[in-house]
Design a protein around this ligand. Structure first.
Ligand code: G6P
Length: 617
C-alpha cells in the first residue's frame, strides 16, 4: 500500500526522503510527493506516476531544509492525479500530511469542516484529516491546552477518526518537528545520531540506521532533532524499546538481475536453506521451532488447525491443509483472512490458529488474528518481517528468514511458507502416528529441497523458450491435483498478476465442470503431472483438453512417460518426496509467468494496481 517516509535531523531531508521513496515504491506506486518546511511556508511537490516523475519535478525546485515528509500512493479515495497525490495541505497552508490507510468517517468530518469554512482541493480522505488537525490546532493554540499545540491537535483529531492510518504531519509553526501516529498501518521510527527517520517500512530506513522503534497501534511519536517522545491517544507516555534490524540495504538490491522478481526466484535455494537452518532435531527425525511458545504436550492437545491468510500466503495455507491431513492425520481448514474475520465460524475449542503473512502487515490477516484472539484462541504466525504487526501480536510463531522480498508477486517468500507448512506438518505428525524412520525420511527430503530447486531452476532457458511461444495467448488454465491444486492456483495468480493474462487455477478433474468451455487453440492448459498414484487420471484430463485442440504444457517428473504427442510442451521437475513436491512444482510456474511477462514488456516488479503489502481492507 502507500509508503510513508519522514526525516528530521541535520542533513538535507529531500535526498533522504526521495531515496526512501524509491525503496518504498514497491508498496504502491501510482503517485508520489514530498513536503518540506522552508522558512515560514511548506513547499509541496507531488506528481501522478512513479517516484522517478517526482524526482524529475523535485529537481526543478529548491528543496533545501532538514525536515520533510514524502509519500508513495496506492489510490483508495479519489483517482490517480497530481491533486490527489500526498502530501496534502490544510486549507490554511499550516499543515502537511501523508497518510497510509482509510479514514472511514471522512464524509461526516468533511461536512463538519465545510460548515466551519474549510475548503478542499482533492477527493481524498487524507485532506479531510489534515484539515481536522488544523481545526483542532486553531482551538489548541487559542490557549486552552497550550503546551504542545502541534502534538495535541493531531491527537485530538485522531480521536475523532474511524478507520486506519499511519500518518506523518508537518506544521509551519514548529519547523523542526514531525508528529507521526499509527492505527493498523505500520510505522517504524529509525533512531540515528541526532537524526530520525519515520517510515511505513524498514527498507526506507536501513540505509540510514539499523536502530528502530516499532510504533504500536494508538501511539503517536513527536520528533525533533533533539529527540523523540512516544505517547498514546489517551495521552499516556510510552517508554520506547529500540530494536536492531539485522539485514542491510545491499540485500534489497538487484545484483545484476533484470528484476527483483528474477533475483528472488533464483535465490530460492539459499532462501530455503535459511528458512530451515537450525530447525531439525539432533537425531534428524523431526522439526524444531524456537518461538512457538507452546510445549509439545500443549501441541498434542490440539484437535484441529485453522490457517488464515491472503493472496499467495492463502495458497500456502491450502498446501498446509493437504500436508497436515496427509501426514499428521489431523483436520485442518484453510480460510481467506478477509472472509474469516466477518464469517463468525463455529470453532472447536481445541483449535490452534495459524496466520501466514510475508509482510506481517496485511490488514485482513491482522484482523483475522485479532478476531481469533478475541475469541480466546491461541494464534501462531508465520511471517517474514521481524517485528511486523502480525509477528508482534501473535502468541508465538516462526520467522521465514528469507530476507526482504521486493518483487510485488511473491516468490521466495511463498516457497519458504510452503517449506514451513511442511515442517509444521512433520512436527505434528511425529507427535502422532509418524514413525522415527518415516520422520527421518521426511527430514532428508526437506533438506534436499534447495538442491532440487536448483535442478528445477536449471530448466529456465527451456521455460523461457516455451514462454516466448505462448506469450501472446489471452487465456490460460492451470490444472493440478491434491497438493498441487494450490500450486495451480498460485501459477494462475502469478501469471495474471504480472502479465495481465486471464488465468484460472482448477483441480484438474474439476476442469470438466465449466473451464473446459474455454478450451480451444487459444487457451493453453498448464498441467501438473507428477509421478504418483493419480498420474493416469491426470493423463486422462490432458487427453480431454487435447481432444478439444487445447495446447497442453505439461510439468512432469523427470523420466515419467507421457503418451506420445499428448503434451505440446514438456517441462520436467526432479522426482521428490511429497513433503517438498509443492515447492519444486512452484518453480516452473514462477519462471513461466516471469518470462511471459517479460516477453510482453510488462513492469514485472511493479504490476499495475497491485501493492506488496495490502494495509487497507
Ligand atoms: C498482496 C501481494 C501478494 C501477497 C498478499 C498477502 O496481494 O501482492 O503477493 O501474497 O498480498 O501478503 P502477505 O504479506 O500477507 O503475505
Amino acid at each position: 500500500m502507500c509508503g510513508i517516509v519522514g526525516y528530521v535531523g541535520g542533513r538535507n531531508a529531500a535526498s533522504i526522503i526521495l531515496e526512501g521513496l524509491k525503496r518504498l515504491e514497491y508498496r504502491g506506486y501510482d503517485s508520489a510527493g514530498i513536503a518540506m518546511i522552508q522558512g515560514s511556508a511548506i513547499t509541496v511537490v507531488k506528481k501522478a506516476g512513479r517516484v522517478e516523475e517526482l524526482i524529475k519535478a523535485a529537481s526543478k525546485v529548491s528543496l533545501a531544509g532538514t525536515v520533510g515528509i514524502g509519500h508513495t500512493r496506492w489510490a483508495t479515495h479519489g483517482g490517480v492525479s497530481d491533486i490527489n497525490a500526498h502530501p496534502h495541505l490544510s486549507s490554511d497552508g499550516k499543515f502537511a500530511l501523508i497518510h497510509n490507510g482509510v479514514i472511514e468517517n471522512y464524509s461526516q468530518i468533511k461536512a463538519f469542516l465545510l460548515g466551519k469554512g474549510f475548503t478542499f482541493r482533492s477527493e481524498t480522505d487524507t485532506e479531510v484529516l489534515c484539515n481536522l488537525i488544523a481545526y483542532h490546532y486553531g482551538k489548541e493554540s487559542a490557549g486552552r491546552n497550550g503546551q504542545e499545540p502541534f502534538l495535541e491537535s493531531v491527537r485530538k483529531a485522531l480521536r475523532h477518526v474511524e478507520g486506519t492510518y499511519g500518518i506523518a504531519v508537518l506544521c509551519v509553526d514548529f519547523p523542526g518537528e514531525i508528529v507521526a501516529a499509527r492505527k493498523a498501518s505500520p510505522l517504524i521510527l529509525g533512531v540515528g545520531d541526532g537524526e530520525f527517520i519515520v517510515a511505513s517500512d524498514a527498507s526506507a530506513i536501513v540505509s540510514q540506521t539499523r536502530n528502530v522503534v516499532y510504533l504500536k497501534d494508538g501511539e503517536l511519536v513527536h520528533i525533533s532533532a533533539k529527540g523523540f517522545a512516544i505517547s498514546t491517544l489517551g495521552q499516556l507516555d510510552v517508554s520506547p524499546v529500540v530494536d536492531r534490524i539485522d539485514w542491510s540495504v545491499e540485500v534489497a538490491s538487484m545484483d545484476g538481475y533484470a528484476h527483483f522478481m528474477e533475483k528472488e526466484i533464483f535465490e530460492q535455494p539459499q532462501a530455503l536453506e535459511n528458512t530451515m537452518r537450525g530447525r531439525f532435531s539432533e537425531d534428524s527425525s523431526t522439526a524444531l521451532f524456537g518461538g512457538l511458545n507452546m510445549t509439545p504436550a500443549e501441541f498434542r492437545q490440539i484437535d484441529r488447525f485453522l490457517f488464515c491468510a491472503c493472496g499467495s500466503a492463502w495458497h500456502a495455507c491450502l498446501v498446509a491443509e493437504h500436508l497436515f491431513e496427509r501426514f499428521a492425520r489431523v483436520p485442518v481448514e484453510a480460510d481467506y483472512a478477509s472472509e474469516f474475520r466477518y464469517r463468525n465460524a463455529p470453532l472447536d475449542p481445541q483449535t490452534l490458529f495459524f496466520v501466514i503473512s510475508q509482510s506481517g502487515e496485511t490488514i485482513d490477516t491482522l484482523a483475522a488474528l485479532r478476531e481469533a484472539k478475541r475469541k480466546g484462541f491461541r494464534v501462531l504466525a508465520i511471517s517474514n518481517v521481524v517485528g511486523s504487526s502480525i509477528a508482534r501480536e501473535a502468541d508465538g510463531g516462526i520467522y521465514q528468514h528469507v530476507g526482504p522480498e521486493v518483487g510485488v508477486a511473491s516468490t521466495k517468500a511463498f516457497t519458504s511458507q510452503l517449506l514451513l507448512a511442511s515442517m509444521m506438518a512433520l512436527y505434528v505428525a511425529r507427535m502422532r502416528d509418524m514413525s522415527f524412520n518415516d520422520g527421518a525420511d521426511y527430514v532428508g527430503a526437506l533438506k534436499s529441497a534447495p538442491d532440487l530447486v536448483r535442478r528445477a531452476l536449471a530448466q529456465a532457458p527451456h521455460i523461457r523458450a516455451v514462454a516466448k511461444r505462448y506469450a501472446q495467448h489471452s487465456d490460460f488454465l492451470f490444472l493440478g491435483r491434491l497438493s498441487l491444486f494450490p500450486i495451480a492456483l498460485e501459477g494462475a495468480l502469478k501469471l495474471k498478476e504480472i502479465s495481465y493474462i486471464h488465468a484460472e487455477g482448477y483441480p484438474a478433474a474439476e476442469m470438466k465442470h465449466g473451464p473446459i468451455a474455454l478450451v480451444g487453440e487459444g487457451c493453453p492448459s498448464v498441467f501438473f503431472a507428477p509421478r504418483g498414484e493419480i498420474f493416469n487420471k491426470i493423463v486422462s484430463s490432458m487427453q480431454e483438453i487435447k481432444a478439444r485442440k487445447g495446447p497442453v504444457i505439461a510439468i512432469a517428473t523427470e523420466g515419467c512417460e507421457l503418451p506420445a504427442g499428448l503434451a505440446d510442451e514438456l517441462i520436467t521437475i526432479p522426482d521428490c518426496h511429497e513433503a517438498v513436491l509443492p515447492i519444486i512444482a512452484t518453480i516452473p510456474v514462477q519462471l513461466l509467468s516471469y518470462y511471459i511477462a517479460v516477453e510482453r514488456g510488462c513492469d514485472v516488479d511493479k504490476p499495475r494496481n497491485l501493492a506488496k503489502s495490502v494495509t487497507v481492507e
